[in-house]
Design a protein around this ligand. Structure first.
Ligand code: 7TS
Length: 428
């Protein structure tokens, strides 16, 4: 298959773990949904965590407790529950800051998701700093959320987009990146982890290269924060974004981290209440960061839930999460390689996060997903919001299994068994 790499020959050996092993079976007990059954009576085998993660009880309880015992708007109620809501919202910001190594909680802006965070930067920073003829460098593996906002920006300001290509096994071509940097781009924006191939990109190295060429760097951490220990100070990027719902948090929660000087210099993105200090009929003075970027009533309950998710994962330890997922991914690559007619895409287990895209010869991925669903196995099928990457690999679509801290070898075994059923039905 053009552009595809058959991983059956790849070395999927896993280095000896350097951290105490994590027991996903014990962890599963924290996730109520994982002990449910589908309407066909099968236990739920959830292998679509790259789309959204399941939620542990501490997160569900944090949201529930917000609404049951102290629901009030934040930053305005001069009464007990209003002050409690504000304190919980700001405590969640501090938890998120610690979780991703941000030196100052005021550098964390709550957003609805990664998409909104990227749009915030594209509209606010982008329209001030990118002009006619200026280049922005992206990669061929970006999610549409880290592509379309930049397309709109360069269309508006008459700038240019350039793309770092990938190798056939989904690794960024840093030799080409080096050449693209000679264009002196204003911004380099790339994903920390590919949502389709699982490739873990060398952020620190790319940040150093970009900074040496005078570019700022935005990292899309939507698929990294749930699976790796992320320390934005160590990575050295200028902007880092992620979605709360992929990292065990509620839907509608997410964050932008940026260096204080950048946030202070940026104009507001959305305007209205909350983001102002003083308003007159013809002009206003804006609030301090981060509230300058949080116009209107925020989803405070979701933010509180995200704070609980961050605390939960810090208690487990992200090194252990990574070790578990690396081990499980190696196991999945080995087991899936035994399915007749399967093609696996992406790099070897040690270079990827817990994402395994595949195709069965002669079967459309939507049909694969539908038959798997009959056995309670949830995978995503389609282009996973990476149409240019699929085009690059010469694929119309793929099926994708993706893991999280609660995923087990039994989940992988159930997937492999159900794929056997697909092969029987379609004679692949
Ligand atoms: N960036 C990456 C790398 C992503 O994987 C996603 C969502 C986004 C940005 C956007 O996140 P949102 O929360 O703002 O929508 N990725 C996927 C996926 O792989 N399957 O469903 C959503």
């Amino acid at each position: 298959m053009a552009g595809a790499v058959d991983l059956r020959r790849a070395d999927t050996g896993v280095p000896a773990p350097v951290v105490a092993a994590l027991d996903p079976h014990a962890i599963r007990a924290d996730f109520p949904i994982l002990s449910t059954r589908t309407s066909s009576g099968h236990p739920l085998v959830y292998l679509d965590s790259a789309a959204t993660s399941q939620k542990p009880r501490v997160v569900i309880d944090a949201v529930d407790d917000f609404y049951r015992t102290y629901n009030a708007n934040v930053h305005r109620g001069i009464y007990e529950i209003g002050e409690r809501a504000t304190a919980a919202y700001e405590a969640a910001r501090a938890s998120v800051a610690r979780f991703i190594g941000a030196p100052d909680p005021h550098e964390i802006v709550f957003t609805r998701n990664a998409t909104e965070a990227i749009n915030l930067v594209a509209y606010s920073w982008g329209r001030r700093n990118v002009g006619r003829g200026d280049a922005i460098v992206l990669t061929e593996m970006e999610h549409h959320a880290n592509l379309v906002p930049w397309q709109i920006l360069v269309q508006d300001v008459d700038g240019d987009l350039e793309f770092i290509p990938i190798t056939d096994d989904g690794i960024l071509r840093l030799d080409v990146f080096e050449v693209l940097l000679r264009l002196r781009p204003k911004l380099v924006a790339f994903t920390h982890v590919s949502n389709t191939l699982g490739t873990i990109d060398p952020v620190r190295e790319m940040v150093d290269m970009a900074h040496a060429a005078g570019a700022l760097v935005l990292v899309d951490g939507a698929q990294a924060v749930p699976h790796l220990k992320v320390d934005v100070a160590e990575l050295g990027a200028d902007f880092y974004v992620f979605s709360g719902h992929k990292v065990l948090g509620p839907m509608g929660s997410g964050a932008l981290w940026a260096r204080r000087e950048l946030l202070e210099a940026m104009p507001p993105f959305l305007a209205g209440g909350e983001m102002i200090r003083e308003v007159h009929l013809r002009r206003s003075e804006y609030n301090e960061i981060p509230w300058k970027f949080e116009a209107g009533t925020p989803d405070a309950a979701a933010a509180v839930g995200l704070g609980a998710a961050a605390e939960y994962l810090m208690a487990i330890g992200m090194d252990r999460v990574r070790a578990h997922e690396r081990d499980l991914t190696a196991y999945a690559l080995d087991r899936l390689a035994t399915v007749p007619g399967i093609a696996l895409y992406g790099p070897a287990a040690e270079l990827r996060s817990g994402v395994v895209p595949f195709n069965l010869a002669g079967v459309h991925p939507h049909d694969v997903a539908q038959v798997l669903d009959r056995s309670g196995v949830c995978v995503r099928a389609g282009h996973h919001c990476t149409m240019p990457l699929h085009e690059r690999l010469g694929l119309a679509a793929t099926a994708r299994a993706s893991f999280n801290v609660y995923s087990t070898r039994e989940d992988v075994d159930a997937l492999v068994d159900a794929l056997g059923e697909v092969v029987r039905i379609f004679g692949a």
